[in-house]
Design a protein around this ligand. Structure first.
Ligand SMILES: [Zn+2]
Length: 405
């Protein structure tokens, strides 16, 4: 079954006429120096414990986890399903709300090989938490017996470069409504270095705001300001009739009133740049800018087309050319692509029982070493079952660093 099984929203008929801003509007594009808007909607900036406080809390007294508020884990529905076996994927697609997605902190193929009972551990953790309403508890200890956490089976064999690519979703089912509410509200449960995990829903409507990275020597040496770079990116995009057309069509379909110009300005208003410093492959510190912005559609294919358009441009600022899509190792812990593992907020949480940044880095080294020994079996022809589309068409972003989202 194709990933993109969401019914498409009806859009106005695509006009073959290229939409251009009216002459008087062309004069009136803003300077784009305003502060980014709508950042409160950016899921990457949100925290856990959103929404109503659960009415029940864990009753279990034989298990302790790190209390606190954490960064929200933002992984799209398609990426959560992206690497699951066809059977698991089909089951979740048939009834996404029946399942929860469990993501091991630091999880990946290497972690699962060294922790073959990881899924059973998570299942026992959930049972031991004893998140139960009064009626659940009165039903006796069997109330949690329906909890099932499935070991993640990948849909194809990984080659040596993909050990940490995917979050390796662990589907869980049979969780009571009360437990589900608490698990999703808290999201992150760190019990020990060998057991720390996050719970997220299979939510088709969650759209990551990550667009691309922007890099160049002028960014790295600090001579090109974030404001000037963002202004230039926006100015170049409004000169692209395809970009105007996309913003106009999709925002019009959402009922956003106005002209081509005003809809495009609205689409660009949420664009923002965040500097990220990381250690590159030459062991030097390097700074890139991460470009984020609110997606203009929930349709996967249309969203990817919009991303490709933004990423395909050659942005120039004065003498400086900057490039999009600089590749770097995203966080091996929480799998965020907005910070390197050294900057992971989870491991910096007071009282964190899960693996540290150093533990994560050590695991990467160990995994690569093990991988070399285990190289031959991992080089089998890949079974690309259920993974349609041209990998090069897939977005950069989670798991797409090597062109395989
Ligand atoms: Zn992280």
């Amino acid at each position: 079954m194709a990933d993109n099984d969401r019914p498409k929203r009806p859009l106005p008929k695509f006009s073959k006429r290229v939409l251009e801003p009216e002459d008087d509007e062309r004069q009136a594009w803003p300077s784009f120096l305003e502060a980014p808007e709508g950042q409160e909607r950016n899921p990457h900036l949100q925290k856990t414990r959103r929404g109503p406080t659960p009415t029940v809390a864990p009753r279990g007294d034989k298990i302790t986890y790190t209390e606190g508020e954490f960064d929200r884990i933002v992984i799209s529905y398609y990426d959560l399903l992206g690497n699951l076996s066809p059977n698991a994927k089909a089951a979740v697609q048939a009834d996404p709300e029946k399942y929860l997605a469990i993501l091991l902190h630091g999880g990946g193929r290497a972690f699962l090989l060294t922790h073959p009972l990881a899924a059973k551990t998570v299942q026992q953790n959930i049972i031991d938490l004893q998140i139960a309403s009064v009626s659940d508890a009165e039903a006796g200890p069997e109330f949690m017996s329906a909890v099932r956490v499935h070991f993640p089976e990948a849909c194809f064999n990984h080659d040596s470069r993909e050990w940490y690519d995917k979050p390796w979703t662990i589907p869980a089912e049979g969780v009571t409504d009360a437990a589900r509410h608490f698990l999703l509200w808290q999201q992150t449960f760190a019990f020990s270095k060998d057991s720390a995990w996050h719970v997220v829903p299979f939510d088709r409507d969650l759209m990551p705001w990550l667009i691309t990275t922007v890099s160049g020597s002028a960014i790295d040496d600090g001579s090109l300001s974030k404001t000037e770079l963002l202004r230039r990116i926006k100015c170049m995009l409004v000169e692209d009739s395809m970009f105007l057309n996309m913003c106009d069509r999709h925002l019009a379909a959402q009922g956003v009133a106005g002209s081509v110009r005003s809809r495009t300005i609205k689409a660009l208003s949420t664009f923002n740049l965040t500097p990220v410093e990381f250690t590159n492959t030459r062991a030097n510190r390097e700074t890139v800018m991460v470009l984020t912005g609110e997606p203009i559609t929930h349709d996967k294919d249309d969203h990817f087309a919009w991303l490709r358009l933004i990423r395909s441009k050659n942005y120039t600022v004065g003498f400086d050319t900057v490039v999009t899509g600089r590749r770097w190792d995203p966080c091996a812990g929480c799998k965020s692509e907005l910070h390197p593992v050294d900057e992971c907020s989870f491991a910096k949480t007071f009282g964190w029982f899960g693996p540290s940044a150093d533990d994560m880095k050590h695991m990467v080294v160990t995994a690569k070493s093990s991988m070399r020994k285990d190289d031959a079996p991992t080089k089998k022809p890949q079974q690309r079952t259920g993974r349609g589309g041209n990998p090069s068409d897939r977005p950069q972003g989670r798991g797409a660093r090597r062109g395989k989202a």
